[in-house]
Design a protein around this ligand. Sequence first.
Ligand SMILES: [Fe+2]
Ligand SMILES: [Fe+2]
Length: 344
Amino acid sequence: MGYVENTQPNTEVLAKETLICPGFYTTNIKKLSSTDTSSFQGAFSTAIANLKKDYTKDKYIRDERFEQSWDHIQGEARELIIKLLEMYCAAEYSGFILYKELSSELKETNSVLSDGFSLMSRDEARHASFLNKALLDFHIKPGLGFLEKEHRKYIFLPFSWFIYSTYLSERISSCYYITIFEHLESYPEYSIYPIFGFYKSWSEDENRHGDFFGAIIKSELQLSNGLKAKLVCKFFLLLIFSMTYFKYKSNDKLLALLGLDAQEYYVSTIRKVNKSISKDLPVVLDFEKSQFFEELDICLLHISENEKINISNQNALLKWIRKIPHYSTILLVMLRLLIRSQTN
Ligand SMILES: [Fe+2]
Ligand SMILES: [Fe+2]
């Protein structure tokens, strides 16, 4: 990839403000604060000690690799890289705000959790700020109005939904960062922007966050023990892995830009994550027995049929009636997966 000029863009003059839309979440704080951290003290101590070591403190430095203009990246490649940076910038800010607020809400009632969330918010702030600066390289200035609390709309997630989805998002993003990093190490010709070189440290940070949530899951009996816990866990794994897999269609161009096949990439990420989480969860999925990905492909066909119905010129009632058989099939597939996909 050739360099056009060796100067930093004048971001003050050129940057166009863009809206960054992080999601804001909250959950049952009372339940979270009653987490008995003493029953798995070892897991919490290790997770917090690792966070305190702050291994990646000096890793996110914009070195000489950034000291150039990125205006040679134009057209679709530029749009895609901006889409990637915006998407992750929003996700990192979302994590930063969530953990910062949880830390302060738990300060008086559960100091172990409060400490952990505070350390994780430090990491997410660092990630968000690095992405923020990367966007400025492309003359995009993220609008940070959401940092004012009154501009936020919160989504309340029931406790188990909150814990499983946040835990899995940490594990999935850790896997995302390391897979891209390792791929680009083997195929450096696709590394069109230096941020990918930081993905190893990034992945390690997210993995430490996953370890902290793993300790919470282990110490919450309703999440880790018994038949009900297994069923709930399996339900969330199915839901979150399915939603992750369905994203491959919308991210195919982005991953192709990095030299990756989107479907293969998502299948391998989900498989790796499923393997890595068995140490924390009461159950993981058996993809072979359930023909997981084949079944999800059937769902994708029906989702696409519904999308075609959505853009047709028929009236709303007729559209709705025509969509019912597709929704029914998707529901049946999910039920089939729920019954078949357990390993232990
Ligand atoms: Fe992060
Ligand atoms: Fe994280």
